[in-house]
Write a protein that binds this ligand. Structure first.
Ligand SMILES: NC(=O)c1ccc[n+]([C@@H]2O[C@H](COP(=O)([O-])OP(=O)(O)OC[C@H]3O[C@@H](n4cnc5c(N)ncnc54)[C@H](OP(=O)(O)O)[C@@H]3O)[C@@H](O)[C@H]2O)c1
Length: 379
């Protein structure tokens, strides 16, 4: 993948200018006034993988939320080292990540893949940094909090920047975050005993290069050319296929098993039954998920709609008359997870089941926003 200058990304940061759209209620977008978040008393922050899809979103989210920072270090691979990037009216030179990158870092936001996290995460912690990691490297490790701030903030209790101690906190998988943002408020009321998830996952979940590939393939197919397949093994444009994560011996792929295992850890409920089928669809950005829930105690759809309407970070789009429900386009670049198609599961008697359809921007709430919310809780 090339550097930020040639990268396709819907929220690309214009080099040399202010940027960004402030999050507003769904359906509205307002141009964001660039704030100056540089503060003497703030933590020093490093972003590992700043040129990637999630890395770029980190910058947008930090700026939009006016995250206070004393200094900012932008890290990527050798390929990007030396390139300059303007953020909040200051020029930064991207540095190559190495063993000495974390000497003066309080919070390190990692999004450069699992192997980079495995190698450099513990190193950063050793130097006293609090690492918020977007990869799957540490998610299921005992003692590592796996946190969605709206769902289980208590899991990271006591971890604070001013403790002066390094620590590692894992960001859950994007599909898990989007699913649990909607399922948890209902779980709190009626206790979910079984959950069946089917996903429709966007190109952005596979990074900036996958988004480029979908765009290129779409152009090629329309021109009657053979599509270029570098990231995925098969044609992606005008097609869909089972998620590209490796298939395990039980027939599930790794993405599906993340939904199973991470839900249990986040809900601290090792008995909840979860099954999933994860599919990659030719959508540029934002995942959709169909979620079927079975409850221990009855929950009618009217009460469920009320609960979801009041849930933080969730917005209900459920207009049956107009056949208007959440879409990936509607939630792209938005913070909130949208829920609709809220209906009683007619295959279960007595209000013990519900079907919902959920959409969320997985680069934002599924990755960068969730990590920055975690970082805010460290202050
Ligand atoms: N995309 C999502 O929606 C999403 C959601 C949740 C979690 N995640 C996780 O976040 C991580 C990044 O995903 P992404 O989608 O942002 O990928 P991406 O667009 O491919 O970006 C990868 C980033 O990692 C950097 N990198 C690669 N090799 C490196 C090295 N040896 N040293 C330092 N930096 C290196 C790249 O820098 P160069 O530009 O210099 O190569 C780039 O900044 C992955 O672990 C992914 O699973 C992604």
């Amino acid at each position: 993948m090339g550097g930020i200058m040639n990268m396709y990304h819907p929220t690309r940061i214009p080099i040399g200018s202010g940027f960004g759209h402030k999050q507003t209620p769904l359906g509205r977008r307002a141009v964001h006034r660039v704030r100056m978040s540089l503060r003497e008393e703030g933590p020093s922050v490093a972003i590992v993988g700043v040129t990637g899809a999630v890395g770029q979103e980190f910058l947008s989210v930090l700026s939009e939320r006016d995250f206070p920072y004393r200094s900012l270090k932008l890290l990527a691979s050798k390929r990007s080292a030396g390139k300059t990037l303007t953020f909040e009216n200051r020029n930064y030179t991207i540095e190559e990540l190495n063993e000495n990158s974390f000497g003066d870092v309080d919070i390190a936001l990692f999004s450069a893949g699992g192997s980079i996290s495995k190698k450099f995460g513990p190193l950063a912690v050793e130097k006293g940094a609090i690492v918020v990691d977007n990869s799957s490297a540490f998610r299921m490790d005992e003692g590592i909090p796996l946190v969605i701030p709206e769902v289980n903030p208590e899991a990271m209790e006591g971890i604070k920047v001013n403790n002066g101690k390094g620590a590692l906190i894992a960001n859950p998988n994007c599909s898990t975050i989007i699913c649990l943002m909607a399922a948890t408020p209902l779980h709190r009321r009626a206790k979910v005993t079984r959950m069946v998830v089917s996903t429709y996952q966007a190109a952005s979940g596979a990074g900036a290069a996958a988004m480029e590939e979908l765009e290129e393939q779409t152009r090629e197919v329309l021109q009657g050319k053979e599509p270029t397949c570098n990231i995925f093994k098969q044609q992606y444009a005008f097609n869909l296929f089972s998620h590209n994560a490796p298939i395990l011996s039980n027939g599930y792929n790794e993405e599906e098993m993340k939904l199973v295992k991470e839900t249990r850890k986040i809900w601290n409920d090792h008995n909840v039954k979860v099954t999933a089928t994860c599919i990659r669809v030719p959508v540029m950005r934002a995942h959709a998920e169909s979620v079927n829930l079975q409850f221990e105690t009855p929950l009618d759809e009217k009460t469920a709609r009320e609960i979801l309407s009041n849930a933080p970070g969730v917005v209900v789009i459920d207009d049956r008359a107009a056949n208007l429900f959440p879409t990936p386009l509607e939630v792209s670049n938005k913070d909130d997870v949208a829920v609709g198609r809220i209906r009683e599961d007619i295959s279960q008697d007595g209000n013990y089941g519900l079907d919902i359809f959920v959409c969320g921007d997985q680069i934002r709430k599924g990755a960068a926003l969730n990590a920055v919310q975690i970082a805010e809780m460290l202050l």
